[in-house]
Ligand binder design. Sequence first.
Ligand code: AMP
Ligand code: MG
Length: 418
Amino acid sequence: MSTLSKLRNDCFALPAGVHWTPVSEALHLLEQRLRCCVPVEQSAVEDSDGRILANAVTAVRSHPPCPNSAVDGYAFAGGLPAGAHSMELREGRSAAGVAFTGRLVPGQALRILTGAALPDGADTVVLQEDVRIEVGQLHVIGPLRAGANVRAAGEDMQQGAEIFRASHQLRPEDLGVIAAAGLGEVAVFKRLKVAVISTGSELRVPGQAARVDQIFDANRPMLCAVLRRWGMEVVDIGIVPDEAAAVRAALDRAAELADVIITSGGASAGDEDHMSAVLRASGGMELWRIAVKPGRPLALGVWGGLPVFGLPGNPVAAFVCALIFARPALLQLAGAGFQLPQALHLPAAFSKSKKPGRREYLRARLRDGTVEVFASEGSGRVSGLSWAEGLVELPDAAAEIAPGQTVCFLPYASFGLL
Ligand code: AMP
Ligand code: MG
């Protein structure tokens, strides 16, 4: 493992006497107790989509580096007052990447193309559609502002200016900005290695033969794909049956290969909940009874100094808990800081009477500007995850929601997913 500092076994201890931890409290505790655990490496700009900046990025040159033309037209010096004007048209031209080497004197104009450097002695460009050319003369009707149709040097980015802060996770458009600012590589955190384990003796690999009392492992393909979208490296440990020795062996293997471990299933306190039993026996486990639906409980443990997120087995709960709890925690470990989703406040298209005492997440989507929810709240209905395009977050307190009332919609995109 490449974890810089091992976690203490009591890292996830909760205050004594607390029974149901509110979501906001659980998030606060995770933020406090986890730190970036990955080293820094250099990465070529073109390979850096999804990478997390280890340092702030500063423009090494201005953008644009010199004044250039925003249009195809004619360059000259100064603006033009209202009325008709004529200028001498110089021989030659300035094209993108092939600058004119001479100098214009007042009263002269030069052919210039989009993106070409302005010739010395010019600061203004007139559009080619706005001029008439006649035997070495250019005729134009003013007025035209001095500096028109010119991109000033550094108007977009100034050399030496900070263009990205450390911990920013790079997106495709950012790679364009960094390249434009003159950098060929950036310092990024190594990708966080996340081991994924599914637990349950009923689980089969998708596509394998299965008895009717067996089910396919839906969580692993889903969680592995989610982690990759978040820019992390997946270490797929596979399915582990409900046997303590097998669970221990899987955790050992995960701890050797990864920086953090995500498991699903067996996280409660039942007879066959070996994940929580094994973690508890190691001394590094806290069952966080989080006041959340779907999802409780979440087993947070430490194995070989690595944080372990024991998600519930139910695919809907596993997915929701991955988005709500594991995402900010993993991004913190990966160097991106603790990130919470940006919510949209939109009118509901549904009614719901919600009890107090826990936060609830419903599978939801946006249609015609209103938020619809999936017909069933049953957390076994995995198909609802695909029907949805996000989650509705209902507050911890009791709530009576009627159509038209504002609710908090969290699009999947706000969790870094499509
Ligand atoms: P558990 O948290 O182990 O008690 O599991 C809760 C429910 O989720 C049970 O119905 C399990 O069969 C189911 N389940 C657990 N793991 C998975 C998985 N990887 N894929 C699909 N269903 C699962
Ligand atoms: Mg189970």
